[in-house]
Design a protein around this ligand. Structure first.
Ligand SMILES: NC(=O)c1ccc[n+]([C@@H]2O[C@H](COP(=O)([O-])OP(=O)(O)OC[C@H]3O[C@@H](n4cnc5c(N)ncnc54)[C@H](OP(=O)(O)O)[C@@H]3O)[C@@H](O)[C@H]2O)c1
Length: 337
């Protein structure tokens, strides 16, 4: 479907109720409030995907108070295409709402050929933010992240590049992603010294991957930095979708190398037990999985993906029940162990 086809153009008017139900949490000790749920564009927004479906998901998100959209230079496929599609949709639907949105991009993984399109050099980061802004048609992003640590580049160089990106007005805040606690603390020290607002660490966190509990959340707390948790549904495993097998078109059915069928089969008994437990709380598994992450005070937002507006609507309902009894938490631990 071509979004530029005149028959596809409908004027978007955001819901007047968009702020009625969403919760907003402060990111660390910053001035930024993030929606408890944010939307990531890693999958389902590339040139290989249906842009009208992506547009429906973005509209649905904003209509439910999801003000934070997360992108990266290499989201697609192909690389760059999620930002380009987002730019097309932004121009048609969201331009009047720019100041109500918190938009992220990142650089750190493989993006273009040669020695300057990967990892953490100043050369890469500064070229990449310029490319991202062009693709999205934005003057600035709200937050720019270094996407993963670079073992070879001095941290001072990478953090210095983030600082200059803020000074150039191309990003308002900076973040890091996939850094271990020690590197996170070092980055925080450098950024403090450079007087740059470091407000978020983006980390994988779900019932199936609890590594952040082993020190990262404490480090963030000590440094006044918030956490945004990605892949909270373990890429779809923590939903009811795989309980009766692998549906066609699901992420595990595709050979993209991110989630595979083996991972689903290895976890299926846990998934079934967790789903039963969610039912006893009056929730779907996806909703319980999201609520469980939000029990951590350091987590400002849970960063979900969705392949349809229907999934997104189901996930937003998680916010209706965020409370766990001690007994429920112990039951979850027992299932996971
Ligand atoms: N910083 C990093 O290194 C990094 C890495 C990964 C992700 N991220 C960010 O985190 C975002 C979210 O990651 P993710 O997509 O892996 O998150 P996720 O929320 O764990 O998984 C999303 C997938 O789960 C399935 N799903 C979602 N809701 C569902 C529901 N109610 N019922 C059934 N299935 C449902 C859909 O898969 P189907 O396609 O199977 O329907 C959806 O695409 C990304 O878009 C990106 O912005 C960052």
């Amino acid at each position: 479907m071509n979004i530029n086809d005149k028959s596809q153009i409908t004027t978007y008017q955001a819901s007047e109720q968009r702020y009625d139900k969403m919760t907003y949490n402060r990111s660390g000790k910053s001035g930024v409030l993030l929606p408890a749920l944010s939307l990531g564009l890693w999958h389902n927004f590339g040139f290989v995907d249906n842009i009208q479906n992506g547009r429906d998901i973005l509209r649905c998100a904003f209509d439910h108070g999801i003000t934070h959209f997360d992108l990266a230079n290499n989201y697609g496929p192909p690389y760059g295409s999620a930002e380009e599609n987002f730019g097309t949709i932004f121009k048609k639907d969201f331009k009047p709402y720019r100041d109500e949105l918190f938009i992220a991009s990142k650089a750190g993984y493989d993006m273009w050929p040669g020695p300057y399109g990967n990892y953490g050099s100043r050369k890469y980061l500064i070229a990449s933010i310029d490319q991202s802004l062009k693709r999205m048609g934005l003057d600035y992003v709200d937050i720019f992240y270094h996407h993963r640590p670079d073992p070879e580049t001095p941290l001072e160089e990478t953090m210095g590049a983030l600082a200059d990106i803020v000074r150039q007005g191309k990003a308002l805040y900076v973040g890091i992603s996939n850094y271990q606690p020690k590197e996170t603390h070092e980055a925080a020290e450098i950024l403090k010294h450079l007087n740059v607002p470091f407000i978020l660490h983006q980390a994988r966190y779900s019932m199936f991957d609890r590594w952040v509990e082993g020190g990262l959340l404490n480090t963030l707390n000590k440094n006044g930095v918030g956490c945004i948790a990605f892949s909270p549904l373990a890429q779809g495993m923590l939903t009811d979708k795989y309980i009766n097998g692998i549906p066609e078109g699901s992420r595990a059915s595709k050979s993209m190398g991110h989630l595979n069928e083996d991972a689903v089969y290895q976890n299926i008994e846990k998934i079934k037990k967790l789903s039963e437990m969610a039912k006893s709380r009056g929730q779907k598994l996806s909703q319980m999985a999201i609520a469980w992450i939000l029990r951590q005070p350091q987590v400002a937002s849970v960063l979900i993906g969705a392949s349809s507006a229907k999934q997104l609507k189901e996930n937003v309902i998680a916010l209706d029940n965020l409370v766990f009894t001690e007994e429920e938490l112990q039951m979850i631990d027992a299932i996971l162990n």
